[in-house]
Design a protein around this ligand. Structure first.
Ligand code: ZN
Length: 339
């Protein structure tokens, strides 16, 4: 009951990349960089195990960014000539690469880190990939002419990588779709179709993570404009409940998401955000257990997982570690309390 897991990303140590950045520059080159990525991955696996997490991840230590880390392995993209584009429905602008031709994989994207993580933990292993709609909201289209069409093309590539990750021994494949909360109607009308394409033929557990973004200033400012209740989830959760995705990871603690939104996911495993990623204040185990208790009003307890609201990548490393410990301790407390 109440397996503890994380959304996916963790801060990179100072010797691997710039700290406290969402899109940091690597510190080392060539072989040294590969060694540093490997060391950082092992360090975070140990920290997750020590914290008592049941489902662990590679912490995305081998990727510079949760979307661009995958796009590096895709052909048909001009990454040298980036252009400015408004993303997440113009919440902020970013310099993005351009899709200039038919998309295809250059080869495997994440074999090295997935196999490394698999070889070094006996816990369940989760691997994260960017969702097709979120990728489309993070690149400029100069080829497909229609977002939905380009998203489907990315979904096919994600499916290739996901099938290979399953063969590498990954237990859970999660697609990160923060763009669902920015384009809620598109999420229901075609975002979920693209996810179905991305999970086609998989036997492992599948998950979609939908949040209100990393704890960066642009997202915190945007949240202030969303009013006293954030009801974005209600536009597409009913469609997601009918989908073939097994699990939904959502934002809960310290957010203005009405907790009854969780009831719209009938039948799904719900990964409840019990750790805030936009605050350095470390949750107490009691607070974590309380949030799990709140979720129990809307989700059967055997369907509840304890998770973070989003990735911890831009956070201070020590605080992230203490947040993982709070997640583990709070989940253990909830098991005692609600058994
Ligand atoms: Zn997130």
């Amino acid at each position: 009951m109440f397996d503890a897991t994380l959304a996916g990303s963790l801060p990179k140590p100072f010797w691997l990349a710039e700290t406290n950045r969402l899109w940091p520059q690597w510190k080392a080159e060539g072989r040294d960089r590969e060694t540093a990525k490997r060391d950082a991955t092992l360090l975070w696996l140990k920290a997750q195990e020590d914290a008592g997490l049941d489902i662990v991840s590679d912490g995305e230590q081998s990727r510079q960014h949760f979307v661009h880390g995958f796009l590096e392995f895709v052909d048909g993209i001009d990454r040298a000539n980036k252009v400015e584009m408004g993303i997440r429905n113009n919440r902020y602008t970013a310099m993005v690469p351009q899709v200039r031709g038919k998309l295809s994989m250059k080869g495997r994207a994440h074999a090295t880190e997935a196999r490394l993580a698999r070889a070094h933990t006996t816990r369940k292993l989760k691997f994260t990939l960017p969702g097709p709609m979120t990728i489309c909201d993070t690149v400029a289209d100069r080829h497909y002419g229609e977002r939905r069409k380009m998203a489907m093309a990315f979904a096919e590539l994600l499916n290739q990588e996901a099938k290979a990750l399953e063969k590498d021994g990954v237990d859970v494949i999660q697609f990160d779709e923060p763009a669902f909360n920015a384009f809620t109607e598109d999420a229901a009308s075609w975002g979920i179709d693209c996810l179905h394409c991305a999970i086609d033929g998989l036997k492992c557990t599948t998950c979609v993570h939908i949040c209100y973004g990393y704890g960066i200033k642009q997202n915190i400012d945007w949240k202030k404009t969303l009013g006293s209740e954030w009801r974005q989830y209600q536009d597409f959760f009913p469609a997601l409940a009918k989908s073939r995705i097994d699990q939904v990871s959502l934002e809960c603690t310290h957010s203005r998401v009405p907790p009854d939104m969780m009831a719209l996911l009938g039948g799904k495993d719900v990964l409840v955000g019990v750790i805030d990623v936009a605050s350095d204040q470390v949750e107490t185990p009691e607070e974590v257990a309380d949030t799990i208790g709140l979720a129990m009003k809307f989700v059967p307890k055997e369907k509840i997982f304890a998770c973070t609201n989003c990735g911890l990548a831009p956070m201070d490393r020590e605080i992230a570690k203490r947040k993982l410990q709070a997640l583990g301790a709070g989940t253990r407390l909830a098991r005692q309390r609600y058994a």
